[in-house]
Design a protein around this ligand. Structure first.
Ligand code: ATP
Ligand code: MG
Length: 439
């Protein structure tokens, strides 16, 4: 039969056979966030469109081309979040979290939506892990979030990631840089793409980020931002670099990094890999001192990063990093007769109470296919129950690796008996491997 419909272009399903990889990566992210004192925030998948056009910036690709925006039945314009920062900042302001004192440190693990051309490492629905700090003007905060991102890569065993760092100045010094850029690009106005020509007046820094070959060629000769930094921005940037050097994190200053969102000030950074093709930026972030004011709050120096989980998984795969396998079934209990199946069901449920993994038949299979299934799920132990076993009130638990078996009672003592066999199991497997097992 023909499928009713397929998944939407640019989306991907995480199937049961690979979801453990996601969980493993997410657990490390949560663990590291906790180590740095960050707490999770969860915000809705959609927000008022204005939130993103105001914060992300209406001269950016994200707002100009990539947002999933629609009008609700009530006539409101809403947008699926293209990134995590705006929603987190909105929630922070709306609930007055800043009254609890600074800094506020929060993280999110969330889906994002951008109407982009799907390709390797670029989807329309993708996932980000992000960390956000509000109310932290010191360069130690910049260094802290960079260290936190780096610690996740280290924990995962990712290699060959380049940390690229830049400072794009502040409200004070950026106008000078904008002017220099405008003058430079104006002399190439005829050659620029239509989008960049429209950016020339309002946001010339965006031209540096344009993916068109002609614009990026022109951008190569553009004035360099670090030559235009004011003393405060320069000191801040030097501070970030000193902290990173102190903890032994390598970085490269790359004055062409401007990031794709308008809210950035001062520090911007990317972790880039050459192992996953053109979409090599696995993590991008920086400081956004003006964002909270832009959203109607008081001046709140803030910063953070977003890490693409799909790209990170591609990278782990490309580098052959072996992730922890999910735990397998500890015991499969097969039943032959109706009465034995009920007993199997009861004992299976009891074992789960002690946090071990147990399964029994829920398909209605005969004994042989039940045991085939036990093999397929790689159950460590198995037990078969028939009417004889019920009458004798005992049965045998088999170690599926060594083939040895031990008798257990089927009454209340069953659980302790199984637990004993279970904890000795590893030992039995070892003995069988060196040929010293008892049977
Ligand atoms: P790019 O230049 O690759 O489009 P970006 O500058 O738009 O990235 P950010 O908005 O900074 O990216 O998002 C942070 C991270 O989220 C990126 O570094 C990347 O890992 C991931 N990311 C962004 N867009 C996508 C996408 N369409 N599909 C998968 N991951 C993405
Ligand atoms: Mg992008």
């Amino acid at each position: 039969m023909k499928l009713i419909t397929n998944g939407i272009k640019g989306t991907a399903d995480v199937l049961p056979a690979e979801s453990h990889k996601w969980q493993f990566v997410e657990d490390i992210m949560r663990g590291q966030a906790q180590s740095y004192g960050f707490k999770e925030i969860r915000t809705p998948v959609f927000e008022h469109t204005e939130l993103f056009s105001r914060s992300v910036g209406d001269t950016t690709d994200v707002v100009q081309k990539e947002m999933y925006t629609f009008t609700t039945k009530g006539g409101e314009s809403v947008t699926l979040r293209p990134e995590g920062t705006a929603g987190a900042a909105r929630a922070m302001l709306e609930h007055g979290i800043y009254n609890d004192g600074y800094p506020i440190k929060t993280y999110y693990l969330t889906s994002c939506y951008r109407y982009e051309n799907p390709q390797k490492g670029r989807q329309r629905e993708f996932h980000q892990f992000g960390m956000e700090v509000y109310g932290a003007p010191s360069y130690f905060a910049d260094a802290e979030v960079i260290c936190a991102a780096n610690s996740i890569f280290e924990r995962l065993g990712v290699k060959n990631l380049r940390l690229e760092l830049n400072s794009i100045g502040c409200k004070g010094c950026r106008p000078n840089y904008h002017k220099a850029l405008k003058d430079y690009f104006a002399s190439h106005e005829e050659e620029l793409c239509d989008t960049c020509r429209s950016r020339l007046d309002r946001n010339p820094m965006r031209i540096l980020d344009c993916k068109s070959p002609i614009c990026s060629e022109i951008a190569k000769g553009a004035p360099v931002v670090t030559d235009y930094l004011c003393d405060d921005c320069r000191t801040h940037f030097e501070g970030v670099k000193s902290c990173l050097t102190a903890v032994g994190i390598d970085f490269k200053v790359n004055p062409t990094i401007v990031r794709g969102l308008d809210y950035y000030t001062r520090t911007v950074f990317e972790f880039v890999s050459d192992d996953i093709g053109a979409q090599g930026t696995v993590c991008g972030g920086g400081r956004y001192d003006g964002l909270i004011e832009e959203l109607g709050g008081q001046h709140t120096p803030s910063l953070g990063f977003g890490m693409g989980i799909e790209r990170l998984l591609l990278l782990l795969d490309a580098q052959g990093v072996v992730l922890e396998e999910p735990p397998v079934c500890d015991i499969y209990i097969a039943g032959i007769s109706d009465a034995a199946r009920i007993k199997a069901f009861e004992l299976t449920e009891g074992i789960r109470n002690s946090s071990l993994i147990a399964e029994c038949d829920i398909v209605g299979r005969k004994l042989k296919p039940q045991m085939k299934y036990a093999d397929k799920i790689e159950a460590k132990f198995s037990m078969v129950l028939g009417d004889d076993d019920l009458a004798a009130n005992k049965a045998r638990i088999k170690n599926m690796t060594t083939g040895t078996s031990k008798e257990v009672p089927l009454d209340d003592k069953f659980y302790d008996a199984f637990y004993n066999i279970y904890i000795n199991g590893e030992n039995d497997i070892y003995l069988s491997k060196i040929g010293l097992d008892e049977e």
